[in-house]
Design a protein around this ligand. Structure first.
Ligand code: ZN
Length: 441
């Protein structure tokens, strides 16, 4: 999912805590033949069933699922009360924590990730039961991360620089909006521009990451959505990528959406989790993706950092390839990209607006006005963003804080822009293993 300015479902197999009975559904091709399921395998099945059960109470919760269909039907046929789900999650967490920490690093990561994902599930049960959490408490409980607090003063320096470079007179936000209007992709050229961006993102990604045979995506244009892009993962390394055309799409966004929803973003992350963890290791817990969980910080953070990994030369690519395709003058690209890069430095203003609005310090209108003033959004986009805050609350931190945590994690290990091969390698490893946001610090 891309905030305006997301994944989904298909099928596979597993095992059960405490009873030897194996699920009749045949394990997918390549999944390890199982003797008796390990305690972690058994816990994983119970975890998947708990996420499915909670999904009956929260339609946005299960963002992707490609485990046994029978489990999904079971959850639907006999919905468990919220309190039961909470009790079962607490019991399973206790059992997992009582298990010895495996010597194998990947198994230790698996156990810790299961415990942390269950913690987020328990928090979501409490929220759906009416408990109110502050923005920061919620983000720590759901996404294992807390967004730094930023003051108006911290955005002033960037706004002052934009005052100097954006043409025109009057309020800066209106001038930025008017300036950007020169760089909207005409509707009739959207498809050719997006396809060029996605094809190039795919070409660059496949030079460094091998994906399952037959991996592919389909592209659709939709309207009337709270998000600007969404990846619906179909399983078997196939995605449906939807682009929302309600609002004008600027040429710079084509690279963002192509890399974020496609390559090396959500499509690649889902395909690698399916390949390396579900199919090769039989770890069924990765066949389900609970949206309000720490996995979303890794998903959104890596999808956003992936833009820089695949397009370190984004300005040149936009100027030389996308501008001509969109019928825009390449000579104007440098000034335009400078404005886009500067406004991107204001993206934590979005977290501030969300925090102050959701914690009751701002009214709806105040939050909208803050986004116009400090994030330089158009009033329409700011209004929409507040709607996004209502629907997804502290989820917003996963985009920018997630990106910065992933960036720090990769670059501290030598995966800098100057070391592209190393960067791709570390990025691939991150997408192919269980990781928690607290591991990235
Ligand atoms: Zn996303």
């Amino acid at each position: 999912m891309t905030m305006r300015t997301r994944t989904l479902v298909s099928l596979l197999a597993v095992a059960v805590l405490g009873c030897a009975a194996r699920n009749p559904a045949a394990p997918p091709a390549g999944a390890p033949s199982t003797t008796s399921p390990s305690p972690l395998d058994q816990a994983a099945e119970r975890y998947v069933k708990l996420v499915l059960a909670l999904g009956q109470h929260d339609s946005a919760y299960v963002d992707a699922y490609y485990g046994p269909e029978a489990w999904a039907e079971e959850a639907k046929a006999s919905p468990a009360p919220l309190a039961d789900i909470g009790t079962r999650a607490a019991a399973l967490t206790q059992e997992l924590e009582a298990l010895p920490v495996p010597a194998d690093d990947m198994l230790a990561l698996r156990r810790r990730t299961l415990v942390r994902q269950l913690g987020a599930l328990s928090t979501r049960v409490r929220m759906l039961s009416g408990e109110k959490l502050s923005f920061d408490d919620e983000s720590v409980a759901l996404y294992d991360a807390r967004s730094p607090h930023k003051s108006e003063a911290e955005f002033q320096a960037v706004l002052a620089e934009l005052e100097r470079v954006v043409p025109g007179k009057g309020p800066l936000a209106a001038r930025v909006d008017a300036f950007r209007k020169n760089f909207v992709i005409p509707k009739e050229k959207l498809d050719v521009v997006f396809r060029a961006a996605i094809d190039e993102a795919r070409r660059r990604t496949l030079e460094h990451i091998s994906l399952p045979e037959g991996e592919t995506f389909t592209l659709e244009y939709v309207t009337n959505k709270p998000w600007s892009g969404y990846n619906w993962y179909k399983g078997n390394a196939k995605s449906l990528i939807q682009i929302n055309t309600d609002l004008p799409i600027y040429v710079w966004r084509a690279i963002d959406l192509a890399a974020h929803e496609g390559y090396p973003g959500h499509h690649v992350y889902n395909a690698l989790l399916e390949k390396h963890l579900v199919r090769e290791r039989g770890w069924v817990e990765f066949s389900i993706y609970p949206l309000f969980s720490p996995q979303s910080l890794i998903a959104e953070g890596s999808a956003n950092y992936g833009i820089a990994v695949a397009f370190p030369d984004a300005e040149a690519f936009a100027r030389d390839v996308l501008f001509p395709l969109a019928g825009l003058d390449p000579k104007l690209a440098a000034d335009y990209v400078r404005v886009e890069k500067l406004t991107a430095k204001l993206d934590y203003a979005g977290n501030e607006a969300a925090r102050r609005y959701l914690d009751g310090a701002f009214t709806r209108d105040q939050a909208r006005d803050w986004l116009v003033r400090y994030a330089l959004m158009s009033p329409e986009r700011a209004t929409q963003r507040v709607t996004f805050f209502d629907a997804y609350r502290s989820y917003v931190i996963n985009y920018n804080l997630g990106r910065d945590l992933v960036k720090g994690f990769v670059e501290r290990q030598g995966g800098t822009e100057e070391q592209p091969a190393r960067r791709w390698e570390l990025f691939h490893d991150l997408l192919s293993s269980p990781r928690l946001p607290s591991d990235l610090r």
